[in-house]
Every structure is written in C-alpha cells, then in structure tokens.
Design a protein around this ligand. Structure first.
Ligand SMILES: [Zn+2]
Length: 423
C-alpha cells in the first residue's frame, strides 16, 4: 500500500471491518465507489506524465449517518501545496461578510472577546472583524495561504487544529466567544480529536458555528463531484448531533444555506448548557432519514444514477467534438477533477480549462494534461461551448462568461444532469 495512505478509519485486527470515524460504530455500507482517482487538487506541470491514483470509495455509517472514505491520503500530502483561495469567489466573500455583520449586529461581542476561525484560509472571513476591533486568531495549516492572511494583519497559526492546539490556545487566550469552522471538518482525518478540541475551547458563553456541504445534498442533488480525496468525511445533521454529544457538545440549531449548492450551518454549545434546542435540528434530522440517507438500498440506486450521468456527459463530449464544436471548461477545481477522471476523459474532447487562479494557470489537469488557461485567453480563443464545473457558483460564472463571450456561446453544467445554463 502506498505509504501516503493512512487507513484512518479505526480498524481492529481479527475483529474484521472498519469502524466509523465519527461514532466508532461497526455498520458501514457502500455509498459510492468511484474507483481509483488522482488527488483532485494536484495538477500536472506538463502535458506529459501522470499522477498517482488513490482509492475513492464513499461509505456511510448506518448508526450516525456520517459519510466517509476509508482509505485516506495523509493531510501532509494533500495540503502541502494547497491552491484553493477562498477569496477567488465573490459569492463566498459576500457570504463571509454577511455572516460577520450579522454576528456583530446581534451584539454578542464585548470588549476583550475573541474569535477563532479554524481553516481561516487567506483571511477572507476574519478580515471582516478587523474594522470592529474584535480580536481574531486564524488557524491555517497551508503556509502559502496563511501568509496571505498575515499580510492582512490577522494573527494566523500554521498548524492543523487538534485537541493539543486547543489546550495551548485556551491557556494563552482563554475561551473564545465564537469559533468558526467552515468547510474544514470534511478534511480532518481524526474527527473525534478535532471535536474534542472544539469542546476544550467551548466555555459557558462560547458558540461554535460549523458550515459544511451536507451529505443529504450529495444524495438528493446528485452532488457526487464533491467527493474527493481532500474530503475524508461528509457531514449530516444526524452525524453532527451524535458525534458532538459523545464529546461534550450539543447541536442546538441548524441553518440551511444555499451556499456551495446547499450547506448546513451547525450551531454547537457546551453540553452542560441546558438552553432550548431549535426545532430546525429535529426537522433536518427527520428529512435526512426520510431521504434514505441511512439506507444501503437507496445508495445503490444512487450509484447507478451517478454512472448514468457520467456516461451521458462522456457521450455529449464525444458527439459535440465530432460535430466540430470547440468545447472548453471553466473552473479547474476539484469538482472538475472528480468528473473528468471518473470518466477517464479521452484526449482532445476538452480543448482547455480556464481558471482565474494564477496558481493554476499554465498547469495541466489529469487524466491527460488538459491545459489550464486564463479567462482572457479563453475569451480570445472564442469557444462555442463552455462546461462550467463549479456548479455551486454557476450563475456568477455564467454572467461573467456571457459578458465577455457574448450571447452566442452555450454554457453547460453536468450536475445534477447535463443541462444548458440559463441566466
Ligand atoms: Zn457513525
């Protein structure tokens, strides 16, 4: 086995099988097996060559409802050269600024309070606290990204969050008023230690806000392209409720958000706090059960639908190319990698993929080196058809492409099934 895979699901020799990463339950069933794929955010430096592949098999715990991959690639391998910057999307920037303004308007902060953000990326969210004079600390393991955040004046610690780091922070700064952990729990190999860390830092007045795409939306909305090696776990409200409770925290509210194509914001507080639980918790958990999230047969049916979508996308690409259409992609994100590698895309079906990130331009996307170009180059090359891969911000991208390519260009999205994007 490749030494950069860590079988992070607890495995006990002789007793057979994996244990759930969240609740240590024994009953995991197959959700979707995508075979072996390269790591989604690893890009080729030339059009030749290939990338190492690793298994990508989603399993679901029938006890707590956590989705997870069993064989995970080490965080050091995945995040050593991280190329995703939150500030690349205006939708995310607005979302982050709205969140901060709302918290400040609620009047929860007093002088001396501080805010912790785990996976603070380039400071896209914490920078919004600066004008209010609220002290912030970011935890961001990717050194290249943390540096950008420091440039904005945000105190940023370049480490992976853990119970050990939580004790250090508590000793140095006391309990934070607010802990934000957006789109990070999916990336954590040792989920229980991460939650224990949150519990350590959760004082009587601390609230914890966790945003994460929901497993129910992967199932209902056919969002299987959000399954990639960076994501070890796929949260559901049911799983968050169970895992939190096991570790001294309490899920008291769930906000359903439209960002990322449907995320949940989970609000946690200390288990010893006996405040009211919002009805949203019960209703989201009920909806997850009714959607078949805990049922192996529902996921079997789901897998068949996924393979049909992939097949249809492949057929569309081949037929369009035969007709002489000039097809390009937009957004060399992980979603694109999951889809293109799952269909093992043949050479020549997509001419190039445009991406606004300078970090990605002039690199090549697997499976066989599709060149990543700048949006400006895309506009010069005048494609007839563009496939938008980050469907979660498709309107933002579609408006941008229309403004620069004119009305004639056709815009497409492959999720939840191949369709033309109308603005
Ligand atoms: Zn479980």
């Amino acid at each position: 086995m490749n030494n950069e895979i860590v079988a992070s699901l607890p495995f006990i020799e002789g007793r057979g099988g994996f244990f759930c990463r969240g609740c240590l339950g024994r009953n995991l069933f197959s959700g979707l097996d995508l075979g072996e794929l390269p790591i989604a955010n690893e890009l080729l430096k030339s059009s030749e060559g290939s990338l190492e592949k690793f298994p990508l098999h989603l399993r679901v715990c029938s006890e707590c409802g956590l989705g997870q991959v069993a064989d995970v690639v080490t965080p050091e391998r995945i995040f050593r050269d991280y190329r995703y910057l939150s500030s690349m999307s205006t939708t995310f920037l607005q979302h982050a600024s709205d969140f901060v303004n709302q918290r400040v308007q609620e009047g929860v902060f007093s002088p001396g309070d501080w805010v912790l953000e785990i996976a603070s990326n380039d400071g896209y969210l914490l920078k919004n606290f600066l004008p209010f004079g609220i002290m912030t600390i970011g935890v961001e393991p990717a050194e290249n990204v943390a540096e950008i955040s420091r440039g904005l004046g945000i105190h940023t610690i370049s480490e992976f969050f853990s119970s050990r780091l939580a004790i250090e922070l508590l000793t140095k700064y006391g309990y934070p008023k607010l802990i934000i952990a957006n789109n990070v729990m999916a990336h954590v190999p040792d989920l229980i230690d991460f939650i224990k860390g949150l519990a350590i830092l959760c004082g009587a007045e601390t609230q914890i806000s966790i945003e994460n795409p929901s497993l129910a939306n992967i199932l209902i909305g056919m969002q299987f392209d959000t399954i990639y090696h960076e994501h070890y776990s796929y949260l559901s409200a049911s799983a968050v409720a169970t895992i939190s409770k096991n570790n001294g925290l309490h899920l008291f509210k769930v906000d359903e958000l439209s960002i990322h194509g449907g995320s949940n914001r989970y609000w946690l507080r200390s288990l010893s706090d006996s405040g009211l639980v919002d009805p949203s918790v019960g209703s989201v958990v009920k909806h997850e059960r009714e959607s078949g999230l805990f049922e192996a047969s529902e996921w079997k049916h789901y897998s068949l639908k996924v393979f049909k979508i992939l097949q249809d996308f492949r057929t569309w690409l081949s037929e369009s190319t035969e007709k002489g259409l000039k097809i390009y992609g937009y957004g060399a994100a992980a979603k694109a990698s999951t889809i293109l590698n799952s269909i093992n895309l043949e050479e020549g079906l997509i001419t190039a993929i445009a991406d606004a990130s300078l970090e990605k331009q002039d690199r090549f996307m697997p499976p066989h080196g599709i060149k990543i170009i700048s949006p400006q180059q895309l506009f010069t090359e005048k494609p007839t058809d563009v496939v938008i891969f980050p469907w979660n911000i498709k309107s933002e991208i579609a408006n941008y492409l229309r403004a620069n390519l004119g009305e004639g260009v056709r815009l497409w999205c492959a999720i939840p099934k191949m369709h033309q994007v109308e603005i």
